[in-house]
Write a protein of this length. Structure first.
Length: 522
């Protein structure tokens, strides 16, 4: 259900969204027609089939009605009768991109889709079926040299299962957080170049040709799930989105740490959106909070071995000034702002040093980087040996992580606004911010060893400056998230999952308090 028309319009990638397509072919050309949901806006795209190696795409500048569009197709058919006329190829739901190996270009299409949810009324889809179609006609293809590797490359590409873990939307920038979508408008053409769009390269040529993104879909890789919650007689929609970066991506053991550009392995942004389901025209409150996970931003690696389930960790010393680590955190600041809070969950003590080697080097890197930063902008570094804590009966792991989460939320805040049917998208520029949050405090601290300091930090009651709510409950934009909690263990798997779960659960409590479901965040 849509929140209200004004809010929806601020999320849209284009004034018009083409969501349905039909592909036709003649001997010399592919013709793709596309139309919007209302069926009032029809466009035509032409793709050359005679050039064996170049991608030649032309977009008809005319906007047609349905009748005019099919009249055009009839005339194309009549003009090509001598070579077989116009033939229907397939119905599709967007172009994934174009790719070339050793021979001709291929076009990747979504031929079946399924709806998996909606954000503020804008539908989100997953791929149910895709198809790869060669562009040149059969005569042109038969004249091309035969490369034995061509089929092998095609098979390798087809091993990528696009029906799992990829999602997209025509009208909502699903590669960006709700906060960025509301308050930071960017052209749709630029959005494909973000770190979370996995077919950026495949769509680059058509986007450069057409200077628009009407015909392509931007695929995000990760996780999307929605659920309706009934709490105290009220219905809420909870959305969980994980976006995995396409930069420095790879499998466990093969991709570790950071590269020279500051990109880390397994960089994932997780967003949690909550809003109440209300009748159309009623005011709506909506909250969103973002957290981040990623590999330890140092140059390190592991040798894979079937005989050794815990291979040695090798730390490279070639980055003595930690430039790549610095670039990584500068990128986080550009994405989320300050403060950056780092929760490092790897082991403190080991019989044979493995994780503890990385732990010491990571601490050295943060200390080195913080020397050049002001007190306000320093990285907040939390060490905590989760493995050791989880084995101790004296420590309630989730309770302790909940306190860390509360501390992080106190520093960063989260996105929260109250939208009425008269709300205008440009009102987000007039928000009353929560910049009063306390930015002093933690720099590099071990949660397992400096218990008194950490205890004071996590147990103290928030002061006025620390408040997660800035007092004005009924404005436009009541709170903006500034900064992020970044969590890591070694593989960004089990321990990171536990910590991120604790953070999400704590944030959900604060969300429901703001939405006046509960009087306390617990």
């Amino acid at each position: 259900m849509a929140l209200c028309a004004e809010i929806e319009s601020s999320f849209r990638s284009h004034d018009i969204c083409i969501e349905k397509f039909r592909l036709y072919e003649t001997r010399s050309m592919f013709y793709m027609i596309g139309w919007d949901n209302s069926g009032t806006y029809w466009r035509v795209l032409k793709i050359d089939r005679l050039d064996p190696s170049e991608l030649i795409i032309l977009e008809d500048a005319t906007t047609y009605t349905e009748h005019e569009c099919y009249d055009l197709l009839r005339r194309i058919h009549e003009g090509n009768i001598s070579t077989g006329g116009l033939k229907f190829v397939t119905t599709c739901y967007g172009i994934i991109g174009f790719i070339k190996f050793l021979g001709p270009y291929y076009m990747l299409l979504i031929t079946k889709r399924r709806e998996i949810g909606a954000i503020c009324g804008e539908k989100v889809y997953a791929i149910s079926k895709s198809e790869m179609i060669p562009l040149p006609n059969s005569t042109v293809r038969s004249s091309l040299p035969k490369w034995s590797d061509e089929e092998r490359y095609k098979r390798l590409l087809c091993t990528m299962d696009l029906t799992k873990d990829f999602f997209f939307s025509y009208s909502y920038h699903v590669m960006r957080s709700l906060q960025k979508n509301v308050c930071d408008n960017e052209a749709g053409h630029v959005l494909y170049e973000t770190m979370f769009v996995w077919n950026e390269f495949l769509t680059r040529e058509i986007r450069n040709h057409l200077k628009n993104t009407l015909w392509t879909v931007a695929l995000v890789y990760g996780f999307f799930k929605q659920a309706t919650l009934s709490v105290a007689g009220r219905d809420f929609t909870l959305t969980l989105i994980a976006r995995r970066s396409r930069h420095y991506a790879g499998t466990r053991y093969l991709k570790r740490g950071v590269n020279e550009k500051g990109k880390v392995a397994n960089d994932v942004e997780t967003e949690q959106i909550v809003y109440e389901v209300v009748p159309e025209g009623f005011p709506v409150q909506i909250t969103s909070v973002v957290q981040n996970r990623g590999s330890i931003p140092l140059f390190w690696s592991q040798e894979t071995s079937r005989l050794n389930i815990k291979p040695d960790i090798i730390v490279s010393k070639k980055d003595q000034t930690y430039e790549a680590t610095r670039l990584h955190f500068e990128n986080l600041i550009s994405r989320y702002g300050n403060p950056i809070i780092i929760l490092n969950l790897i082991k403190t003590e080991e019989k044979k040093p493995r994780e503890s080697i990385l732990r010491a080097e990571f601490a050295n890197a943060i200390d080195f980087i913080n020397k050049d930063l002001s007190e306000e902008n320093r990285l907040r570094f939390l060490h905590w040996d989760l493995h050791k804590s989880s084995r101790s009966k004296a420590t309630n792991t989730l309770l302790f992580l909940g306190k860390v989460a509360t501390y992080a939320l106190t520093l960063t805040g989260f996105f929260y606004y109250h939208a009425s049917p008269a709300w205008r998208p440009d009102d987000c520029l007039k928000w009353s911010s929560s910049e009063k949050v306390n930015n002093s405090g933690l720099r590099s601290m071990d949660l397992g060893e400096n218990k008194n300091d950490v205890g004071d930090l996590l147990e103290r009651k928030p002061s006025e400056g620390d408040s997660l709510i800035n007092g004005n409950h009924y404005g436009k934009l009541l709170m903006l998230q500034r900064g992020v909690l970044r969590t890591n263990c070694i593989d960004c798997l089990d321990r990171t999952n536990v910590a991120q779960y604790a953070y999400g659960l704590t944030a959900l409590g604060h969300n429901f308090m703001l939405l006046e479901v509960f009087t306390a965040p617990k």
